[in-house]
Design a protein around this ligand. Structure first.
Ligand code: HPA
Length: 168
């Protein structure tokens, strides 16, 4: 294995990130409060995260998007532990820290993948506006419903990405 493609559902913080949008992750904020390499021994745990989501696979994502009905945006993903959703105050704080989207996964996987020397690409499906970003409350049902609606198009997008990757 040389590369890994991570996918997740995320809440949109940046105003142009709307339910149903797809975002190529350009960088992350680890707000989980833990690190998967904590407790590991040896100097291999001091992993460089200067470029987790490199340009080669990210360009591949854009190429695949151009061939499918996906308008791919880019953004910084903030990972939190969950499992509750956030408060509006937390979302305002994450916005100021530079987060465009928020979710509960992907970052630990990306860190371990980089430790293993893998190239990493990651895509978020925006399933909801983050807490306080819409007039209504946030519902897990809405998150699942948008993910369900996007199933076919995301399958086409990821399949195209893999085919392009296999050709390179
Ligand atoms: N917050 C955290 N995780 C999520 C969200 C959210 O708004 N939507 C989907 N996963």
């Amino acid at each position: 294995v040389r590369s890994v493609l991570l996918t997740n559902a995320a809440g949109g913080i940046r105003p142009d990130l709307l339910p149903g949008d797809f975002v190529a992750i350009t960088d992350h904020l680890n707000l989980i409060g833990d690190n998967p390499l904590r407790g590991a021994g040896g100097s291999e745990r001091f992993v460089d995260l200067s470029e987790v989501y490199g340009p080669r696979l990210r360009n591949g994502l854009h190429e695949a998007a151009a061939q499918t009905p996906v308008a791919l945006k880019e953004g910084v993903y903030a990972a939190v532990s969950g499992p509750s959703y956030e408060t509006p105050a937390e979302i305002r704080a994450f916005d100021r820290l530079g987060a465009d989207a928020v979710g509960m996964s992907t970052v630990p996987e990306a860190i371990v993948a980089r430790q293993c020397g893998l190239s990493v690409a990651a895509v978020s499906c925006i399933t909801n506006l983050a807490a306080g970003r819409s007039s209504g409350n946030l519902s897990h049902h809405e998150v699942l419903a948008i993910a369900e609606q996007k199933k076919a198009v995301v399958a086409q997008f990821l399949k195209t990405f893999c085919e392009l990757y296999a050709k390179k």
